[in-house]
Structure formats: structure tokens, C-alpha cells
Ligand binder design. Structure first.
Ligand SMILES: [Zn+2]
Length: 701
């Protein structure tokens, strides 16, 4: 590990291990009637053509694609004497690819049901659970002997016969609460309780169940990993998802995330967000981003193909955020061939520029907290849709073009925070005393904070405190509840009466006089002196129109608290401005949030991007270079896909070059061009024309 990695806190795996080598993955998930029908050489040739260097191939579980001898392990009815898994595995090895075997334990057959009825999952009504999509099959229990005994034998057999680099299990972690005899007894032994009847995150029994089921899956992970390593020490069990990212970071050497495409109102940046949230706990361990070439809506057209623009922008978001692309295709027989050229184009550019994609660490200086395990605070009506706070803040940071990372709220030790100058807390309502102390230490060390709404008002158990846990940093105390939803309320924007100037957070809003308010506000009272750039205009009637005039023209109630303590800057919004932004996307709120983040950051971001459009900006350091990724999200289908076409934008980019370095060469990696650039000894200036899905500025240092 180089010194710079130690400095930033983004750890990595041993660079000499196989985990780091593959950069472009290919997954072929066979269907039962593929053997004898599909052409394995077509696939091997395709893998070669696209320079895929890692493959995930169907091996066993619900269907075996090799001549298994494990009793009850169902061989494909079309298998005959063939071994398509072995054939593909050997072909991939000849191409120098790493190979992972894929198993799927979640479903099984009637003969297994008859031999071991206790292996089948049971519903809350006490019925054995039929498979919801395939009535021939049964759903298995993830926490009992089907996985712990039967699948262990299968994993052992696959390892003994083929020694793949790893085994990846799909749908291995269960589908809701199982009421089989093993789960009833094991949970009772663990907790002294009966299984919860519903999954309600506010229910202490359900929380206990989550603790038990997560622990049970961790045991299973370690059991399978042990069986795998005994056969081949460098091989690993690779779960497709685990309910705890911190444990994922501790146990994994390589991680894949199964977030295949957009559906409904998913924003295209959602793929990058998943990468950032995982990186918060896995550091710079290799992260594969599984993307579907098909449509991922609820009706699950698994044989479908998305159009090129949509696939490209989704993968670009992943790549810009440190994912290694992994396409997944179901069925060895292809009906619609259009996706083949799309993936080819993506992988060719990736291959050509591989050294600029082997990232050492992200250079973002802003970290946004997210919470994975904290109790969901939803007792009150103003606490509904709490996930909109982080989505709104995320979207605001994208629009602001500020490079940022996500920070897991359970990893707030100095090592995990040292890369950051500013932490953003979008209504992180529940924080333990220890977490508050960690944030205090961050501020004591010169770090800045921006927080909204009920941040720190609840303790680790979700119990309301008498005051904010971070009241001393905010400089305000909780006063008298939450007001809202507020109809027709505004924020008054004011000059400093002494200087006659507007505060930096109001840049671009000088002529507004007032802008719309957020929908809710926490009532607070200041405990120290503050400027008053933003104050409340309370709600007033919005009908009849004759009565629509403010009853209070102005007030001295601040809706934005700005403080400086030493070199730290602290911003607190009592309103739910981030959630409001997610719901109505008001451009004034985007500007106010952008300005506030920049004021709190109090330094120029590594990359500043000007020009029209919506562009996600990330900045990375590699061994001898740095890159600026510009993902072009400018599209009428931004907030509900799919993209129909890529609409090129251009941008002027200013990049801060790390001290002691000068650019030795600059390339636009996607376009394959060497642009003209200027360097003033500190910042590099370059114009980028025609950004389609994304451009990557590669700067040799
Ligand atoms: Zn069970």
C-alpha cells in the first residue's frame, strides 16, 4: 500500500492477488434447456473480442450444468453426457480469464421436497412455500440444512472438480421470514422469542430477528468460504449481497454489487451511489458492478434488451464511481443480438484505457453520511419518506458538480474520515453519543459539517433526546417541535445590515428577495450569535386569492445557521430542505444547497466544471495519473428512464493538480483525443467537446 492510501484511509487488497486483476467481467447464466442448444464457442469468442478478463458461469444449485454426483442435485434435463460448465471454464482459462462458478440455492424440486420436507421454506400461515414464479419449484430455507448441508456438498464438489477462483451464490440469503421448524427452533434458542409475524423495523422482535438472521448468514458465508479455501487457498465465497455493508467490508476481498439497471423513477446516478456506499466500508477492494443488458422493471422481461444509450449511461456511472463493469446475460441462446455491440463498445474503451481505471483512491473532499443499521425514525407524520432526505442531497450534489463520497455512519473513526474536509448529514436523525463524539472530534480537527432537520435529535435506540446530540456544534437547541407541512411559506433572503452585502450562500439569489420554504421546519432557538441571511416568512392563506398576502412580512427567525469555529464551518438547516428538494426539485433550493456546501467546504474542489447540462463529476488518483470523469446525465429521461439517445454536451474543466506535480500529458480517453490545455502551476484548464455518455480526462503526472 502506498503512503497516499494510508493518508486517505481508503484501504485496498493485496495488489498481487488475483482479485485485483480482472477489470471487465462477463456473466453467462445458462437456462436449463441450453445444454445441447447453445454454442459455447460463440460465447468464448465474444469474451475474447470484448477483452473480458473475468467470467461468472452457471454451475449448480437449482440446476447443475456439470455431471454432479451429489444426491438430489438436479442435473439439467438436457445435460446428457455433456459438461457445459467445465467446457466454458476451460475455454475461459485458455483466454487467461479468472473464473467464478455461479450457484443458486433459493429454489428446488419436488423430489427434494419429498426427501427433505424440512428444507423447504414455510410461510407465516404454516404452508410450505411454492416458488412465486415457477409452480414446479419450492422455495428453500436459507438458514437451515438445505444451505448449511446440501449446498455445502455442492460447493465442495465444484471446488474439487474445477477449482474455480471463487463461488458466487445468487439469492442465497432468503426471501423474507421463514417459519420452518429449524428457523423456529434456532431463533428461539438464540433469543428466547418467537419469530416476528411481520417485518416491521420499529418492532424490537424484528430487530432481534434481523440480528439473528444476519449472524446466521455470516456463519454460512464463513462455512462456504472455508470449504472453498481448503481446496484452493486463493479462492473465495462471494455472496450476491449481504445485509450488512460493514461486515461485507471486513470479510470480502472482492465485492460484486447486483444493481442491474434503472426501473421506474430511479435516477441514473443510483448506480454510482451504490458504489460509493459500498466503498465506504470496503475501501479500494475491487468492486464489480453487475449490469443487465435487459429491462429491469417489475414484470422481469429477462430475455429483453435495453437500448444502447441507457446501458451506456448506467455503466458510465458505475465506472466513474470505481466499479468494474460486469454484464449479465441470461440464456446461452440469444434472441435479440443488439446488446452485443453495445457491450463491445463499452468494453473496448475500458480495455484501451485500463491503466487510467485502476484507481488508487478517490480525491473527493466531501463525504455524505448514510445510515444502514440505525433505527428507522418514523413515529411522526413529518418523518415519513425519510429516504428522500439523502436522495435530495445526493441529487443536489450531482447538480452542484461537487465530487463526493458516501460515509457509513458506523465508520466515523479518524481513519475513515481523514480524506474529508466536509461531512454532509442529510437528516441523520439517529446518532449515538459515541457517533456525536466522533463528529465532534472531526470538527475539533478542522473538519466542517452541514446538517439538516432532525439530525442527532434521536439516540442510537431511536429515542428522542431533550436536545440535539450536536446542539453544541449547531449552536442551536431544540425548542418546540416540528412545524409542517407548511403551505405557502417562504425564506426571506437578506443582506448583512453592516456590510450591505449578501452572504456567499446567497450567490445568484441576490434579486430573489425571497424563495419558497421547505415543507417542514424544526423549531429551534439559537444559543449563540449568528448572521441572519435567511429568515422565515410564516405560512399565510393561499386562498381565496384576495387574501394571499403575507401576514408577517419578515421575521427574525433564522432558517439557516452558519458558524465558524477555528477553521471549521458549520451549517445547520432547521428545514427539511433536502427532502423538499427531492420532492419538488426547486432550482432555488439547488442553488442554496450548492452555495452552502461550497461555503462549508471552504476550498476549491479538485474539479470545477462549467457549461450546460447535468454532469456527475468524480476525481480519482492512479499510480502515475489522475482522472476526472464527467458523466453526462443531460437528458429528458433523466428522472425516469430509459434514455432514448445520448445528447452531447461540452464543458470547460478546471482541475487542481496535486502539489509537487505538473501534468505531463492530457488525454480525453473516451474520445481518444489529446486536447490543448493550459496549466498555471496550480490548475489545469481544458475544454471538452462532445461528451456523450461520459468523458474521462486522463492526466499523467
Ligand atoms: Zn427456515
Amino acid at each position: 500500500m502506498s503512503d497516499s492510501l494510508l493518508i486517505t484511509g481508503f484501504g485496498t487488497t493485496d495488489e498481487g492477488s488475483w482479485f485485483n486483476r480482472p477489470m471487465r467481467w462477463a456473466q453467462l447464466t445458462l437456462v436449463e434447456n441450453d445444454p445441447g442448444r447453445f454454442d459455447p464457442d460463440f460465447w468464448l469468442n465474444y469474451f475474447k473480442r470484448i477483452h473480458a478478463d473475468g467470467a461468472t458461469l452457471s454451475a449448480g444449485g437449482v440446476v447443475a450444468y456439470y455431471p454432479t454426483d451429489v444426491p438430489l442435485h438436479h442435473r439439467s434435463k438436457w445435460l446428457g453426457s455433456s459438461d457445459p460448465f467445465g467446457y466454458l471454464l476451460n475455454g475461459c482459462r485458455k483466454l487467461g480469464m479468472s473464473v467464478i462458478a455461479r450457484t443458486d440455492p433459493h429454489a428446488t424440486w419436488q423430489n427434494v421436497y419429498e426427501a427433505h420436507p424440512d428444507w423447504i421454506s414455510v410461510t407465516s400461515g404454516g404452508e410450505k412455500r411454492r416458488h412465486w414464479a415457477d409452480p414446479e419449484l419450492w422455495v428453500t430455507c436459507a438458514f437451515g440444512p438445505y444451505n448449511f448441508d446440501f449446498m455445502t456438498l455442492i460447493h465442495k464438489e465444484i471446488m474439487e472438480r474445477y477449482e474455480p477462483d471463487g463461488i458466487f451464490s445468487n439469492r442465497w440469503a432468503g426471501h423474507g421470514i421463514c417459519y420452518c421448524e429449524h428457523c423456529v427452533r434456532n431463533f428461539r434458542d438464540y433469543s428466547g422469542m418467537e419469530l416476528p409475524r411481520v417485518d416491521d423495523e420499529a418492532d424490537p422482535v424484528y430487530l432481534k430477528y434481523t440480528e439473528w438472521s444476519t449472524g446466521r448468514l455470516k456463519e454460512l458465508w464463513l462455512l462456504w468460504d472455508d470449504v472453498i479455501r481448503k481446496q484452493r487457498s486463493t479462492s473465495r465465497f462471494i455472496p450476491n449481497g449481504f445485509p450488512d455493508k460493514v461486515i461485507t467490508g471486513q470479510l470480502s476481498d472482492i465485492v460484486f454489487t447486483d444493481h442491474q439497471a434503472r426501473s421506474g423513477f430511479t435516477a441514473p446516478w443510483a448506480n454510482g451511489r451504490v458504489a460509493k456506499e459500498l466503498r465506504a466500508s470496503i475501501g479500494m477492494k475491487p468492486l464489480g458492478g453487475i449490469f443487465s443488458v435487459g429491462v429491469e422493471e417489475q414484470y422481469r422481461w429477462k430475455d429483453s434488451v435495453q437500448n444502447e444509450a441507457e446501458i451506456r449511461v448506467w455503466v458510465s456511472e458505475g465506472t466513474a464511481n470505481g466499479m468494474r463493469p460486469w454484464f449479465t446475460k441470461f440464456s446461452g441462446v440469444i434472441y435479440d443480438k443488439r446488446w452485443l455491440n453495445t457491450v463491445d463498445k463499452i468494453y473496448q474503451v475500458h480495455y484501451k484505457n485500463e491503466k487510467y481505471l485502476r484507481n488508487h483512491y478517490p480525491m473527493a473532499r466531501v463525504g455524505m453520511l448514510f445510515t444502514e443499521q440505525s433505527p428507522v425514525i418514523n413515529h411522526e407524520k413529518w418523518q415519513k419518506n425519510s429516504e428522500d432526505h439523502s436522495s435530495g442531497m445526493y441529487h443536489a450534489l450531482i447538480e452542484a458538480r461537487i465530487p463526493f463520497e458516501m460515509v457509513n455512519d458506523r465508520l466515523l473513526d479518524p481513519g475513515h474520515l481523514k480524506a474529508f474536509r466536509l461531512l454532509v448529514l442529510p437528516n441523520i436523525a439517529s446518532l449515538s453519543d459515541e457517533q456525536c463524539n466522533q463528529l465532534r472530534r472531526f470538527v475539533d480537527g478542522g473538519g466542517s459539517l452541514l446538517a439538516t432537520f432532525e439530525t442527532s435529535l434521536y439516540d442510537a435506540q431511536g429515542k428522542r433526546r431533550s436536545d440535539f446530540g450536536l446542539a453544541d456544534l449547531f449552536g442551536v437547541s431544540y425548542d418546540d417541535g416540528v412545524e409542517g407541512p407548511m403551505q405557502n411559506s417562504y425564506l426571506r433572503l437578506k443582506k448583512n445590515p453592516e456590510t450591505g452585502l449578501y452572504h456567499q450562500v446567497l450567490k445568484g439569489l441576490e434579486d430573489a428577495y425571497r424563495i419558497i420554504n421547505s415543507i417542514h421546519r424544526v423549531r429551534v432557538k439559537p444559543t449563540s450569535d449568528f448572521p441572519s441571511p435567511v429568515t422565515l416568512i410564516p405560512s399565510y392563506p393561499d386562498l381565496p386569492m384576495e387574501e394571499v398576502y403575507p401576514r408577517v412580512e419578515d421575521s427574525n427567525i433564522r432558517e439557516l445557521y452558519l458558524r465558524e469555529i477555528g477553521s471549521s464551518r458549520l451549517v445547520y438547516f432547521p428545514g427539511d430542505i433536502d427532502r423538499t428538494f427531492h420532492q419538488i426539485l426547486c432550482s432555488d433550493h439547488a442553488r442554496l444547497l450548492n452555495n452552502s456546501v461550497r461555503w462549508a467546504l471552504n476550498e476549491e474542489p479538485f474539479a470545477e466544471v462549467s457549461g450546460p447540462g447535468v454532469i456527475d463529476v468524480t476525481v480519482w488518483r492512479q499510480e502515475h495519473s489522475m482522472t476526472v470523469h464527467l458523466v453526462n446525465l443531460t437528458n429528458p429521461m433523466l428522472m425516469k428512464g430509459p434514455f432514448r439517445e445520448l445528447i452531447p454536451v461540452q464543458a470547460q474543466v478546471s482541475v487542481k493538480i496535486p502539489e509537487g506535480f505538473a501534468p505531463k500529458g492530457v488525454q480525453l480517453l473516451a474520445a481518444g483525443l489529446e486536447p490543448k490545455y493550459d496549466f498555471d502551476g496550480n490548475r489545469l484548464l481544458v475544454s471538452v467537446s462532445n461528451i456523450y455518455d461520459a468523458e474521462i480526462i486522463g492526466i499523467d503526472l
